[in-house]
Structures are given as structure tokens and as C-alpha cells.
Design a binder for this molecule. Structure first.
Ligand code: SF4
Length: 361
């Protein structure tokens, strides 16, 4: 035994031969754990404050700067989908970006960096997340953060419903835009109404069985074909103990607006201004999402928000850079500045509901 080791053993005040050593060690470990837990608890609110402060300062001054990290993120597991909804870029087939499935390594890299700051993770963007062969592995990695999944409801078998309910997921959104096959598939092309209904019932039953706090939400996109069924969907949501969200419908192809527009103007996202249909939003030159809530595509590209469905505005690539480098990087800075100086000049921002009041019923 060398001399140093010998000295340390002889003079160590916390020599584990002393009777009080274990209690002191235990107490110190407790303090250390408590300290790191409290630090962890403080990081999120402190980050929220920083993000909010930089958003307000940028909006008021017109000069974009950012401090803090996002408080919420959308992550696309895949842009493949089993349906062919005509006003969806993925379903209608007009999406130009490559199709694929996210790799776990990219996801882990992102989550490891961002989870200390996040209050929320949306595990969806374009495509159907539950098509990912490792969907449940991704889900298990977000357990410490409030997590939301949105699905078209075709994969809610009894087995998957049990897994979802037991996974610790906080909120499940199921799209259901009609109360019979004909109305439903007017928009949800290839969709099977009965499958979705029994999927929702499976979730509801699994929730009851496990006394799960999972928030089940039915989302109903109001259009000209289904607006008469709002009372029916309300009744169904009540029956399966789900909340109901009525959403005005986004139309990507202006030529189709008249076809989809509901008769009741309160359900319309667009209004006729001088013979042209335009979004009701007055498009203020600001956007919180650029300071709070980015989106990452399946191949690790960071885009400004969920309206950039075809990833036209890529801010950076997680395969090359860390999230922070992208978030503070030149492309984001320029894009934030563009929004502050004239949001209407960016095409996706002119068909976006940020700043528009939701649908009331
Ligand atoms: S599309 Fe809307 S949410 Fe996205 S960056 Fe533009 S204004 Fe913000």
C-alpha cells in the first residue's frame, strides 16, 4: 500500500470505521439529491422567464434576440401516413420532403439536451406517429415531461390502448371528423370510421380499468360536410368521457376553400375580403412559437413551427449541430427578425392561426 493511501485512511475524518459515518454520509447524499432536485425544479421556470423576457423585449424593440431554450417541442416520428386527407401535405402526396422514420439516436440527442427545460413534448407533427415501429420506445423516453400524442385513431387496438394508458402519456388527441362512415371519409380518405370509434372506446375502457388520469381529447375539424353533426360528436365525447375540441379547418389549396368552408361563419377560418378568401387573422408581426415552441422533423431538421409542414424554412440539422447552436444560430435570428418586420411576407405565416381566436361552440 503506498504512503498517500495509508495517510488518507489514517486521517480521514469520515473514516467508515466511525459509528456516525454512515449517518453523515446518508445525510450528505440526501442534501445533494435534494439540491439537484431543487435546481432541476428551478431550471424550467427560470428558462420560461428568460424565454418570455426575450420574446417581449424582441417584440417591443423589433430586434430579435433570444435567451433561454424552448419550453415545448413538437417531434415528428414519421411523415408516413395510412390516410390520404386532401388538405394534408402528407396525405395528399404533395409533400416534397423525403419520407422516413426518426432514429432513436437523434431523438435521444435532442431529448437529453432539451428535457431539463421542457414543460411539454408533442410527439407528432406530419404523418401518423403510431406507424413508427418503435413508437412505444420513444414514448417511454419522454416520461419525465408532459407528453401529448395526436393520432388518427386507426391503431388503438385493445393491446395498444392498454400500453398507451399504462405508459404515463398525459394526453391523447384522436381525430374524428364525422359521425358516420360517409361523412367521416369525406375528408379522412381511406379512413375507417368503425375502427376509430372502437379505438376511442378501447382507450376509454382502458382508462377506466386502470383509473388512469390520461386526458383523452377528440378533435373535430369542422367542414361543410360534417358541421351538422356537431351535436352527435358532443354526445359521443360525453359518452366516452373525452373532451371535445372543435377546430376550424386549414385549407392549403385556395381553390378548395369554397368546397370545405362550413356554412356558419363562426366555424370558418377564412373570410371573403374583396372577392378573395383570406384568413380571418389580422397577422400581427410577432409569433411566440419562435421563442417557445419549435418542431423537429423525423430526420432531425429544426423548423420554426408546425405550419412549416414541408420544412421550407430549415433552421438547422441536429445531425450536425446541437439544438442550442441552431436555436441561437444565424438562420433563426434572421427568421425571427423577418417575422418582427412583416409576418405577412412569409407564405406559411399568412395561412397561420397564431394570434387567431379558437372556435367557440
Ligand atoms: S407560420 Fe405562424 S406559427 Fe409559424 S412562424 Fe409563421 S407566424 Fe409563427
Amino acid at each position: 500500500m503506498n504512503f498517500t493511501v495509508l495517510c488518507f485512511q489514517v486521517y480521514d475524518p469520515l473514516d467508515n470505521q466511525l459509528p456516525y459515518y454512515n449517518s453523515v454520509k446518508y445525510f450528505l447524499t440526501l442534501l445533494r439529491n435534494l439540491g439537484s432536485k431543487m435546481a432541476g425544479m428551478l431550471i424550467k421556470p427560470a428558462n420560461l422567464f428568460l424565454a418570455g423576457y426575450s420574446y417581449l423585449k424582441s417584440t417591443l424593440s423589433g430586434n430579435a434576440f433570444v435567451s433561454g431554450m424552448p419550453v415545448s417541442i413538437g417531434i415528428e416520428l414519421t411523415n408516413h401516413c395510412n390516410l390520404q386527407c386532401p388538405e394534408c401535405l402528407s396525405g395528399s402526396g404533395v409533400m416534397t420532403r423525403k419520407r422516413g422514420f426518426m432514429e432513436i439516436d437523434i431523438f435521444d440527442k435532442l431529448i437529453t439536451e432539451l428535457q431539463p427545460f421542457l414543460f411539454n413534448i408533442n410527439l407528432y407533427f406530419q404523418g401518423e406517429s403510431m406507424l413508427h415501429p418503435y413508437f412505444f420506445s420513444f414514448l417511454s423516453r419522454t416520461l419525465n415531461t408532459h407528453t401529448v400524442v395526436s393520432t388518427n385513431g386507426h391503431y388503438l387496438s385493445e393491446e395498444n390502448s392498454e400500453l398507451l394508458v399504462k405508459s404515463g402519456l398525459n394526453k391523447l388527441i384522436v381525430s374524428l371528423d364525422g359521425m358516420d362512415q360517409e361523412t367521416y371519409s369525406a375528408y379522412r380518405k381511406n379512413g375507417k370510421f368503425d375502427t376509430v370509434i372502437s379505438g376511442i372506446r378501447n382507450i376509454s375502457a382502458a382508462k377506466k380499468k386502470h383509473r388512469s388520469p390520461l386526458h383523452l381529447e377528440i378533435q373535430f375539424l369542422i367542414n361543410s360536410c360534417n358541421e351538422h353533426q356537431i351535436p352527435d360528436i358532443k354526445q359521443f365525447a360525453h359518452e366516452v368521457k373525452a373532451s371535445l375540441k372543435l377546430k376550424s379547418m386549414q385549407v392549403l389549396n385556395k381553390a378548395n376553400i369554397v368546397h370545405w368552408l362550413p356554412r356558419k361563419s363562426k366555424f370558418r377560418r377564412y373570410e371573403n375580403k374583396n372577392g378573395e378568401f383570406e384568413i380571418k387573422n389580422n397577422l400581427p408581426d410577432r409569433c411566440m412559437r419562435l421563442w417557445f415552441n419549435p418542431v423537429v422533423t423525423w430526420d432531425g431538421k429544426v423548423v420554426p413551427c408546425c405550419f412549416d409542414k414541408d420544412a421550407e424554412h430549415i433552421m438547422g440539422d441536429l445531425a450536425q449541430d446541437s439544438f442550442r447552436e441552431i436555436w441561437d444560430g444565424p438562420k433563426y435570428r434572421v427568421f425571427r427578425k423577418r417575422i418582427l418586420s412583416g409576418r405577412h411576407m412569409i407564405e406559411i405565416c399568412g395561412n397561420c392561426t397564431s394570434g387567431l381566436k379558437g372556435v367557440r361552440y
